[in-house]
Design a protein around this ligand. Structure first.
Ligand SMILES: Nc1ncnc2c1ncn2[C@@H]1O[C@H](COP(=O)(O)OP(=O)(O)OP(=O)(O)O)[C@@H](O)[C@H]1O
Length: 239
């Protein structure tokens, strides 16, 4: 008799996709030592718009960098979960973390999102060019991602020819192009006027699907009001 492999259960909305426990992270030494994370516990769930808020310096960006594997915590653990099980970031080497980021994460930051010497299309294609997809599919996917953020007609423009709001929409297209499970957005509307902020927020909201989570770090009340769930950080912990 041969072994029959049990099919992986399909992840569903509300399942934990990233779990962090007891995260501690400090910068500097001696009198200059700053504790950015002081025992933070977080669960990020599939299919939610999660907003992380809290006063300046409370550790929001550091948390996001630890959850995404950009920064190793001094203590505590971060695990990523999918249908095949749970993998601890600490058990992956640099290449493993890079692969995980490339396959499962997209990023949008407040500023300096786009490479100025590349066209909008080339910026959006960037996350896919080192992968195995044929060029024609990369171009198709980038075009689709640009259309999804209302920038389909600006593919040949350079970033400097776009408004700040349009640049952020292109940055979102670049985050979406690899079809990630989680998009991390650190103050994505921070540099925008209120109209562009509302448009960006609507697009981030629309980026949430049953299989995709968007996590936004933001001070803005209007962003928290759009969330499915809000977590508040105080002094390096989740309140
Ligand atoms: N690379 C670093 N080197 C030294 N200190 C740092 C570094 N990164 C963050 N910090 C410090 O750690 C603390 C937490 O910073 P962090 O950026 O995570 O907070 P934040 O809540 O995102 O703040 P803000 O809302 O102002 O962006 C701050 O005091 C910050 O100055």
């Amino acid at each position: 008799m041969t072994d029959v492999e049990t099919p992986s259960p399909t992840p569903t909305v509300g399942d934990v996709v990233v779990r962090a426990t007891g995260l501690r992270k400090a910068f500097g030494e001696g009198d200059g030592r700053i504790v950015a994370l002081d025992g933070a516990d977080v669960e990020v769930r599939l299919g939610e718009l999660l907003v992380v808020r809290g006063p300046s310096g409370c550790g929001k960006s550091t948390l996001l960098q630890c959850l995404s594997g950009i920064l190793p915590p001094d203590e505590g653990a971060v695990s990523w979960v999918d249908a095949d099980g749970e993998v601890a970031l600490a058990d992956l080497d640099d290449d493993g973390r890079t692969d995980l980021r490339a396959q499962r994460m997209g990023f949008v930051f407040q500023t300096l999102n786009l490479l100025p010497a590349l066209t909008v299309r080339e910026n959006v294609e960037l996350p896919l060019v080192l992968g195995a997809l044929p060029a024609v599919e990369i171009r198709q996917r980038a075009g689709d991602a640009l259309v999804s953020v209302g920038m389909g007609d600006r593919a040949d423009a350079f970033p400097a020819q776009l408004s700040g709001g349009q640049q952020q929409r292109v940055a979102l297209a670049r985050a979406l192009v690899s079809e990630p499970d989680v998009i991390w957005a650190d103050e994505p509307t921070g540099a925008l006027d209120s109209v562009a902020q509302a448009e960006m927020l609507e697009l981030l909201r629309a980026a949430v699907t049953p299989t995709r989570t968007v996590v936004i770090v933001s001070h803005a009340e209007v962003v928290a009001a759009a969330a499915d769930r809000v977590i508040t950080m105080v002094d390096g912990r989740v309140a």
